[in-house]
Design a binder for this molecule. Structure first.
Ligand SMILES: [Zn+2]
Length: 881
């Protein structure tokens, strides 16, 4: 428990460390409650000058002994507390420090540092977990070479792993214990340290790198789960090959290992050569995992592997630079998925996620720049802004420079900063150097929070044959940033002619390079010449910039773009824009007790796309999905009634189901693929479309549609179809739902990862009875508050997915989540703080809910002994901006 007064850490206060640690020799003797850690640190002054005291970070550790250059240090020469070790006088030259500490892995419920996941010992050190293992300069700009000896009882931990290459292993004579010694030749920060000990099964393979080196690949899982690692191994091999081709990056150690553990605060962790994974991102079989699970496994395996260069070989100077590794690596994994699957589908999916999470975050009290300038608790900055907007910023550099210069810039970054702890400035400078561009103004993407709003006004002059776009940009105020400066915004566009083809873009007598306008000022005009017809504008193609775009455009033009835009993203966007307009109008109608509108144009556009046999099924499935509830609420912006948002969206889905019943039923039948399940993108796309049709048909409450869903649930030979049918049934309060839910539990009761789906689905049911159901499930044997996956499935799904029931007008949803958070906080503050993030849009709610949410937030804020994690989130959520 950390209860000290919060003291912010500021980017501008950064100072290089006074001391560096060159090598770390660890000797870890594993024991369930008293693990001994002997650390031998080779320390040297960072620069000549006045000798500084040595202050090492710690957290909840007990010191057993301390020696300097082999001599035990008298107790009066140092101060050791559970969170700090201070030695006032150390020699101003290289010296060796020997520290022996004891930690309790079983008692470690925070799951940071060394802990036990079930019976497996594992570590999580990012961001500040290494200090829970030994006293250390626990900051990313202290990079050391690690040698790790692990010792354990053979029966308890037959497998002993750490970063790097295996040097030696053997028995400890005269005991039941054994040991392994691992050496990682690449200097790394402490947050990338890892060790694992346990009884694990191993699946092995080999990979030959582009220069012909043979690398051993090993995935470790619970015994009996080996068969479920095949897809993870296949994804890893494809990721390794792709990084060689797309970025010229080759793997560097003799072995690459992945360990799947059942209790993990995050998705996965890129420890050098030894990635530790939440098992949900490793284990998959047709009967246990959905297509989305397969896609997530592929993406997360790739993401962590890509960190080997963007994160491990080149790391971050300090935690303010987190986006340097995360934004860049998300960009890389998105590109990988685009190449492996479908570029259009990947882009649309990424933007849907960005709008439902990052745009929502950017519009509320937790808004912060991609590179924050201040934090109280760094764990709270593993956010959609740092990851997803961070990826968008890298993508924009690529849009501005074009693919050839972008690759040159990346090559320069890898060459120039290999082995260093770098900054965002150093990264961006590489692109400035290869392109000769001044990137100073572009850097505002890293420092200014908020989603830029672009307004475009078109004017066509038929006599002059010119088309003028007057464009303004504004960036709304965000906490701590009332005034904003204009950004560099790359706006890809096309002008579409009557025949559905792009017209030439001639600006100032020159063809427009790559079709990209560069906005740099608050308002600008662009005049395109030589246009014999009035074009239909297609702006922000491929979502070239993460902005909100307002363009006065006729519904007829949107329907035209939905049918003909050569840019698939904007075909999808045109339908979304039509749907959003209707949804906003109908939310207002519902609140005024006025009749709901329909939109024949939107229906016609959907009908045409549904019948277009040239389109990818996965793309059609995305077009059929209206904007998310979170996205609609954000567009409305204030005085939001989540019930009205839900009803308007459900009414639109029912209207689509009714209007296109015939085409949906035909498509559903046409998308049924005979033969065994295959997880590839094409097969997954067909299932996605099939199941989207099924769900829309059931929205009409037609009995044959419910029967069809019920039939699919019963006869499915794979989890995707079974889960999709259950998802559909879950939205209809009928006896088929109860029967299917009971059947699902009976089938999968002994498989926690599958039961997580069952928990999450029930928590997301948009009905008033759900809160009682969720409350009852917290005492179900399948639930455990000690396991983050169970918490995310049940409580996380309720708080973050179920907008109507979390935001119940009686405030009971808020109180339930708050009470859960307060009970969890002393055990796992990181996961507790994550759950509190569900309150981030409270100010945008209508008055009654806003009052209830505020009362709950104030109650949490007033609770004594809150963790720094939860305190920070609640304080920022409540702060007046
Ligand atoms: Zn990452």
């Amino acid at each position: 428990m950390r209860t000290e007064e919060p003291r912010p850490v500021r980017l501008r206060d950064y100072r290089p460390p006074d001391w560096l640690i060159e090598t770390v020799d660890l000797d870890v003797s594993l024991h369930p409650t008293a693990t001994t850690v002997r650390a031998k640190l080779k320390i040297k002054p960072n620069s000549a000058g006045t000798p500084a005291p040595l202050v090492l970070d710690g957290e909840e550790i007990k010191l057993r002994s301390l020696a300097l250059d082999g001599e035990p240090l008298p107790t009066e020469n140092f101060v050791a507390t559970p969170d700090r070790l201070t030695i006032a006088q150390v020699p101003n030259r290289p010296f060796q420090l020997d520290i022996e500490t004891v930690v309790d892995p079983t008692g470690n419920t925070q799951l940071m540092g060394l802990y036990r996941a079930g019976a497996v010992y594992c570590t999580q050190c990012e961001a500040e977990g290494f200090r829970r293992i030994t006293y250390f300069l626990d900051r990313p700009d202290v990079m050391a070479v690690y040698t790790t000896r692990i010792e354990a009882d053979k029966n308890e931990a037959a497998v002993l792993l750490a970063n790097g290459n295996l040097l030696a292993h053997g028995d400890v004579p005269g005991t039941s214990r054994h040991f392994a010694v691992w050496h990682d030749p690449f200097p790394k920060p402490s947050y990338l340290f890892a060790l694992v000990g346990g009884n694990l099964a191993c699946v092995e393979d080999a990979f030959t790198t582009m220069s012909g080196r043979k690398v051993k690949l090993a995935i470790y899982v619970e015994p009996g789960k080996d068969e479920r690692c095949r897809y993870a191994m296949d994804s890893l091999e494809r990721a390794m090959r792709w990084d060689e081709i797309a970025f010229g990056r080759e793997y560097d150690l003799d072995i690459f290992m992945i360990v799947a553990v059942s209790a993990f605060n995050m998705g996965a962790m890129e420890n050098k050569g030894l990635n530790v994974f939440n098992d949900r991102y490793v284990l998959a079989s047709p009967l246990s995992a959905t297509d989305n699970d397969y896609a997530s496994i592929e993406a997360v395996i790739a993401h962590e592997y890509f960190h080997n260069w963007t994160g491990d070989r080149i790391t971050c100077r300090d935690w303010f630079q987190l986006c340097l590794k995360e934004g860049l690596t998300v960009f890389r994994d998105q590109e990988f998925t685009a190449d492996q699957r479908s570029r259009a589908v990947e882009r649309i999916s990424d933007v849907r996620g960005l709008r439902s999470h990052q745009f929502v975050e950017d519009a509320g009290p937790l808004a912060h720049p991609v590179r924050p300038e201040l934090y109280h608790e760094i764990n709270n900055f593993y956010t959609s802004t740092v990851y997803d907007k961070g990826a968008e910023v890298v993508r924009m550099i690529g849009v501005l420079l074009g693919p050839v210069l972008f690759r040159k810039g990346m090559d320069l970054y890898f060459a120039r900063h290999d082995g260093q702890a770098a900054t965002v400035e150093q990264f961006v400078q590489c692109f400035a150097d290869v392109s000769g561009r001044d990137m100073t103004q572009f850097m505002r993407w890293y420092s200014q929070a908020g989603t830029p709003e672009i307004k475009a006004a078109p004017h066509y002059d038929s006599r002059a044959r010119t088309y003028r776009l007057d464009i303004t940009q504004t960036i709304p105020p965000t906490p701590g940033q009332p005034n904003k400066e204009p950004m560099v915004i790359p706006l890809a566009l096309g002008l579409v002619g009557n025949n559905g083809r792009d017209l030439p873009l001639v600006l100032d007598g020159q063809p427009l390079a790559r079709g990209v306008l560069e906005l740099t000022r608050p308002s600008q005009s662009f005049v395109f010449t030589g246009l014999a017809e009035r074009p239909v504008p297609s702006l922000n193609r491929g979502f070239s910039a993460p902005v909100k775009l307002a363009l006065p455009i006729e519904p007829g033009d949107l329907r035209f773009l939905a049918a003909y835009d050569p840019d698939p993203f904007n075909r999808w966007q045109a339908v979304q824009t039509l749907a959003m307009t209707l949804l906003k109008a109908n939310v207002a109608a519902l609140r005024a007790a006025a009749p709901l509108r329909e939109d024949d144009g939107l229906m016609a556009a959907l009908g045409a796309i549904l019948k277009d046999a040239k389109l990818e099924p996965a793309f059609i499935a995305l077009v059929l999905a209206p904007p998310s509830e979170a996205d609609i609420a954000r567009e409305i912006g204030r005085d939001v009634d989540p019930d009205a948002v839900f009803k308007a969206r459900r009414a639109l889905r029912a209207a689509i189901g009714t209007r296109h019943a015939g085409a949906l039923a035909d498509t559903h039948a046409r998308m049924i693929t005979p033969g065994p399940y295959r997880p590839d993108a094409h097969s997954a796309g067909r299932r996605a479309l099939k199941n989207a049709c099924l769900d829309l048909l059931a929205m009409t409450e037609a009995s044959d549609a419910i029967a069809r869903a019920n039939g699919q649930y019963r006869s499915a030979d794979n989890m995707t179809d079974r889960m999709a049918a259950l998802d559909t049934l879950s939205l209809h309060d009928r006896r088929e739902r109860t029967a299917a839910l009971d059947d699902f539990y009976a089938r999968y009761a002994d498989d926690p990862l599958i039961i997580d789906k069952w928990l999450a689905l029930q928590a997301a049911i948009p009905e008033p009875a759900t809160l009682d159901r969720v409350r009852a499930l917290t005492s179900h044997p399948a639930f455990s508050a000690a396991n983050p996956n169970r918490i995310r499935a049940l409580i996380g799904s309720f708080a973050q997915v179920n907008h109507t029931q979390f935001n119940r007008s009686d405030g009971a949803g808020y109180d339930f989540v708050a009470d859960f958070v307060l009970a969890l906080d002393p055990k796992n503050p990181q996961v507790a703080a994550r759950l509190m993030g569900a309150f981030r849009s409270w100010r945008a709610l209508e008055a009654k809910r806003r009052g209830r949410a505020e009362a709950t937030l104030r109650r949490v804020a007033a609770t004594p002994a809150l963790s720094r994690d939860v305190h920070d989130i609640v304080a920022r959520t409540l702060a007046e901006s």
